[in-house]
Each structure stands twice: as structure tokens, then as C-alpha cells.
Design a protein around this ligand. Structure first.
Ligand code: ADP
Length: 541
């Protein structure tokens, strides 16, 4: 009819659909997790909006309903959530806003088969997984506070339609017209199993509609509120999987209750694997804030950005249920909770750091993020520094600042380090020759953040950190193996000639005791270290 508007998907969406449907086919049951998570999210968002807008108030019996219809061969997921306007439908379901297809497909190709399902959630493309089981999907939605409803419909083949619809209440219905081989998703027992598997910890009630009646499907257990002794390892793991769309096992599980001046329960995880979506994109901690079990927001920044790899939940009695976004910024209780939670995570890391092999896997996943804390968080600097690990010119594997200090030579006053773009270049750098020859250890740094933090830390155990590319280093008090007795005759003439040839391109040309085999080396003078200068140049400064 004339009122049906047809739209082409953004080019990206078409390819993405193809990818999702084919690459994840063997795990296609996760479509239900994705749709239920979106529905529960939409209800949380509506409840939060209702704090400041009465028009968004959630009905008291609001729930997510999963309704199979064997005759029509449809499966409908309905929610009483925030809903979507016509523009929202076109924007959220017709384009890919947050991450491009290319990044997704590249990661997908390199990921192990068993890791693929978690990619969908991490890349924010969960809705499209509906097309793994459906050959047609219609979404009818009414935004809370709006009068009109709209239906979005697509066969997942390059275009979608939009038309006006009727919906008596705000919320969203997603109707999946199931493919011929997807009959299993019409069986209530199968749906029930999936909800228990994927959505048991969602605190919004979820019901499966069976013979016209709602059967509660999730327990909505606030696992974090139970005493540790009552939670099994399997439950922790299941919760971990549901909270961060994870498929690995957590590297650390922290579960505690604070009582006294501050009252909160926390259940936090350090993942066992690095998320595929680089941690660079997302700078904020996504730890979820609950107040008396109710989900409030995942934007309360309960942990600092340099602990953003930690996932989980903090649930407190010390905030009112109707806490608004503005209040969150300024409430002292939240600041105290942040401080307590950050301290607890750091002390867990310190304990686990005693086991070198175990800590190594953590370090390789999240070390570069933790290092940001050195220059971002003055107060925590001293606590973070001993947790850092390094490659070194003197030992195999990883080492730490305390270990370096313990190995320092008699008379050595500084902790030497060298920063370069890649680890390969580090080992063979001529900058190291003089140090090697004198048996002086140099820490080798090649992470992106390494150009920044050593200067911020400045000292460890009272020893200054010293970049080996900075000039003015006097190594003469340490005798070097194979060192020439005195500077060869005529060296002054050579230095003068080089200086004349280079003119104003260099500040100075000097003889050095830092080299053994190489003839020349660039040195940073007294300004910033060489790697820092490279970065500044790249940034156009
Ligand atoms: P993600 O949920 O990771 O952002 P999706 O592809 O699953 O990615 O969903 C895209 C967007 O569509 C969501 O961010 C949300 O804004 C919107 N959306 C999806 N389902 C619903 C729903 N049931 N109610 C309201 N909005 C929804």
C-alpha cells in the first residue's frame, strides 16, 4: 500500500547480516539471548527515564514475554520497555552506528569458533542474529511518551519497510517468522531451557507464554547478594557469562560484602581473555550499579578507566532507588564506594601477582590498560607500580620493578629503560650496547602507553627512572667489557667534521661510552625521551 515506505539497508548492514547468519550458524540459539537482553535493557532504560518523566512510568507487572505460536510458526518477544520512534527504528535497525562491518568480519575470521558467539554481543550487532532463525522479522514499537507506533519489517535481504501501526502501550514486539528448520524454537521447554541458560540473572521478569498463560522463566536471582558459601563455581561462571556476554572462564572472581559505614555487595570478574573489541574504544568502566537489587545504570564509572576490564555488579543500600544521573555525579556515597571497590581490586591483583605464571596471563591481556593508572591516578601510583611487568635486557620472560631494584649493580643509581615501537627493535637497539657491556640492566618497553607513564612515576623505591635515550648519562664508573682504553687519537677532528656537516639539524655531537659495536647513536639531549618526541611529531606538535 502507499503508506508502506521501503528503505535500503546501509551497505554495511547487508554484508553484516550475511556474516552473522553464516559464521554463527552453529550457535544460532544465542539469538534469544540477544533479543531478551535488548528487551530487558529497554525496560531498565524506561524505568530510569521515569525518574525524570512521569510519561515513562513502567506498569507494575511489566515483563518480557516470549510467545511461541505453532500455527503461525512465529516466535514473539515483547517488552514494556522504552520503545523506539520511527527514527530510532531506522537508525538502530537499519544502519550500523557503532562499529563497522570490516572490523567485525576481520575479528570474526581470526577468532576461534568457540569464541565467535561472544563477538556478536561485543560488537553491538545482536539484533541481526534474529535472521539466523527467521526469514522475516517485524518489529512493532511505540516510544514511551509518544502516541504513535511504527512497524519495521525485513527479510534480511537488503531492504526493510516502515509503516504506521497500532500499539496500545509503549514497548516493543519482535515477531520472528521462523525458518523451516527452526521448529525447536516453538517448543516452550526449549525456550525455557535457553532462558535459564542465558538470562537467569536478568532482574527483569521474563515469562514464556504457554497455552495463553505466562510461565515465569527466569529466577532473577541477585547472586551477588548471596553469601559466598552458598554460590557454586558453576553459578559464578554462569553469571560471568551473562553479565559480560563472555565465553571464557574468569581469571579472578571477587565477591564480597561491605558492612558498617558503607553497605554494598560486589561481584566482580577479571576476564580470562582479552575482549575482541579493543579496550581502546571504550574508556569507561561498565560495572553495573544496582540499588537494592534494582539495576540503575552501567555508566556510574564505579571503577577508574584503567580498571575498565573488570566486569560485574555493585549493589548498594546507600543510595536512593530514584537516584538520577545528576545525583550520581555528586553523591559522596558513590565516591566512597568507588574508592573501596578500586582498593579491593588492586589488593586482589597484588595477591595474585605473587604467582608469576598465573599473573602473566592477566598481564598479557590487561597490562597496558593498568599502566594508564600510573599517569592518570596520582593517589594509586604507588600501589600500581609493583604490579607492572616488563621485558628486560638482562632476564628472560617478565620482570618487575622490585626485582629490577634487587638486581641493581653496586653504585647504580637509576632504573634504566628504553621505549620503542616494537619489541624486536628494542633488543637490537644500539642504545643498549654500552649498558650490556657494563652489565647494566635496561627495562624494554614497547606498549603504546610506555611513552607516558615512566615520566609520571619518576621514581621507584627512591631510584629515578632514566630513559637510556636521554643524553648526559655517565656510565664511566662502570667498567665495560672490551672497552677501548682511551678515546682514539683524532676523534676531536672527526666530531668537529660531523658537527659541521650536520649543522643545525642536531644540537650537538659528542663522544660517548654508551656504544660498543655501533659507530653512532641518536640521543635525546635533555628534552623528552626519543619515543616521546616521535609521538609528539606524529601528533603534529
Ligand atoms: P546493541 O543492543 O548491542 O546496541 P543490537 O543490534 O542488539 O545492538 O540493537 C541495536 C539497538 O536497537 C539497541 O542499542 C537499542 O537502541 C535498539 N533496540 C533493540 N531492541 C530494542 C528493544 N526491544 N527496545 C528498544 N530498543 C531496542
Amino acid at each position: 500500500s502507499e503508506t508502506v515506505e521501503r528503505h535500503e539497508f546501509g551497505a554495511e548492514v547487508g554484508r553484516l547480516l550475511d556474516l552473522v547468519v553464516h559464521a554463527l550458524y552453529s550457535d544460532r540459539e544465542i539469538f534469544l539471548r540477544e533479543l531478551v537482553a535488548n528487551a530487558a535493557d529497554a525496560m531498565d532504560r524506561r524505568r530510569f527515564e521515569a525518574l525524570t518523566s512521569a510519561a515513562s512510568a513502567l506498569p507494575p507487572d511489566a515483563k518480557v514475554r516470549i510467545a511461541p505460536d505453532k500455527t503461525a510458526r512465529t516466535l514473539t518477544v515483547s517488552d514494556a520497555g522504552i520503545g523506539m520512534t520511527r527514527e530510532d527504528l531506522a537508525q538502530n535497525l537499519g544502519t550500523i552506528a557503532r562499529s563497522g562491518t570490516r572490523a567485525f568480519s576481520q575479528t570474526l575470521e581470526s577468532a576461534r569458533a568457540e569464541d565467535r558467539p561472544s563477538l556478536i554481543g561485543q560488537f553491538g550487532v545482536g539484533f541481526y542474529s534474529a535472521f539466523m532463525v527467521a526469514d522475516r522479522v517485524t518489529v512493532t514499537s511505540r516510544r514511551a511518551g509518544a502516541e504513535e507506533a511504527w512497524t519495521w519489517a525485513s527479510e534480511g535481504q537488503g531492504s526493510y519497510t516502515l509503516e504506521r501501526a497500532e500499539r496500545p502501550e509503549p514497548g516493543t514486539d519482535i515477531v520472528l517468522h521462523l525458518k523451516a528448520d527452526a521448529d525447536e524454537y516453538l517448543e516452550p521447554y526449549r525456550l525455557d531451557h535457553l532462558v535459564r541458560k542465558w538470562a537467569d540473572f536478568i532482574t527483569v521478569p521474563i515469562a514464556i507464554v504457554q497455552d495463553g498463560r505466562d510461565e515465569a522463566a527466569n529466577q532473577g536471582t541477585a547472586l551477588w547478594r548471596k553469601p559466598r558459601s552458598e554460590v557454586t563455581p558453576e553459578q559464578y561462571e554462569a553469571f560471568y557469562r551473562s553479565v559480560g556476554m563472555n565465553f571464557d572462564k574468569p581469571w579472578a572472581t571477587l565477591h564480597w560484602r561491605a558492612e558498617g559505614q558503607l553497605e554494598f555487595s560486589a561481584l566482580l570478574f577479571v576476564p580470562g581473555m582479552k575482549p575482541f573489541q579493543a579496550l581502546e574504544n571504550e574508556r569507561q568502566s561498565k560495572v553495573r550499579l544496582h540499588v537494592r537489587r534494582m539495576f540503575i545504570t552501567d555508566e556510574a564509572e564505579l571503577l577508574p578507566p584503567w580498571l575498565r576490564f573488570v566486569q560485574g555488579v555493585v549493589d548498594t543500600e546507600d543510595l536512593p532507588l530514584n537516584v538520577s544521573r545528576e545525583m550520581l555525579q555528586s553523591t559522596p556515597a558513590l565516591a566512597r564506594i568507588r574508592r573501596a571497590v578500586t582498593g579491593r581490586v588492586l589488593s586482589e591483583l597484588a595477591t595474585r601477582a605473587k604467582d608469576g605464571a598465573e599473573y602473566q596471563s592477566f598481564w598479557e591481556n590487561f597490562g597496558p590498560v593498568l599502566k594508564e593508572g600510573i599517569y592518570e591516578d596520582h593517589e594509586r601510583r604507588e600501589e600500581i607500580a609493583p604490579l607492572l611487568r616488563f621485558r628486560s635486557s638482562a632476564v628472560e620472560g617478565w620482570t618487575s620493578l622490585p626485582d629490577y631494584v634487587a638486581r641493581m649493580k653496586d653504585g647504580q643509581e637509576a632504573i634504566y629503560y628504553l621505549v620503542a615501537d616494537d619489541a624486536e627493535a628494542l633488543g637490537s637497539s644500539p642504545q643498549l650496547e654500552g649498558f650490556r657491556a657494563r652489565g647494566l640492566e635496561v627495562l624494554l618497553l614497547s606498549d603504546h602507553v610506555d611513552a607516558f607513564w615512566p615520566e609520571a612515576l619518576a621514581r621507584f623505591a627512591d631510584k629515578p627512572l632514566q630513559s637510556v635515550t636521554q643524553g648526559g648519562l655517565d656510565l664511566s664508573k662502570f667498567p665495560a667489557a672490551g672497552e677501548a682504553e682511551a678515546a682514539p687519537a683524532g676523534i676531536d677532528v672527526l666530531v668537529a667534521a660531523i658537527k659541521a656537516a650536520l649543522g643545525s639539524d642536531v644540537a650537538d655531537v659528542r663522544t660517548t661510552d654508551r656504544l660498543v659495536d655501533s659507530a653512532v647513536v641518536l640521543s635525546a639531549g635533555s628534552g623528552p625521551d626519543l619515543q616521546m618526541q616521535r609521538l609528539l611529531r606524529r601528533a603534529g606538535r
